[in-house]
Design a protein around this ligand. Structure first.
Ligand SMILES: [Zn+2]
Length: 86
């Protein structure tokens, strides 16, 4: 099982766990997702070279369901991005 180890994006602070059929991404809150979901929700916004989830070839197809669900009404102040403090 060499080469398959958990990585943590130093920019997004999100854990990427190697898994058969595609890496699993563990967000700081909520259910685990995919690299595409991580990119759609976090990495495309931070846009920093140190982010480890910027390779579109690895991320794969980003589908509409990977983005935040904008159909649902949002509670004010609840839908803040995972990054805190700056
Ligand atoms: Zn990242």
């Amino acid at each position: 099982m060499a080469g398959a180890e958990t990585k943590i994006c130093p920019v997004c602070q999100v854990k990427i766990v190697p898994a058969p059929g595609g890496d699993r991404v563990e967000f700081s809150s909520g259910p685990a997702g995919t690299r595409a979901k991580l990119w759609a929700r976090v990495c495309q916004f931070v846009d920093k070279p140190a982010c480890i989830n910027r390779d579109r070839g690895v991320i794969g197809n980003v589908t509409a369901t990977d983005y935040y669900e904008t159909k649902l009404p949002q509670m004010p102040g609840e839908a803040s991005p995972p990054s805190e403090g700056s």
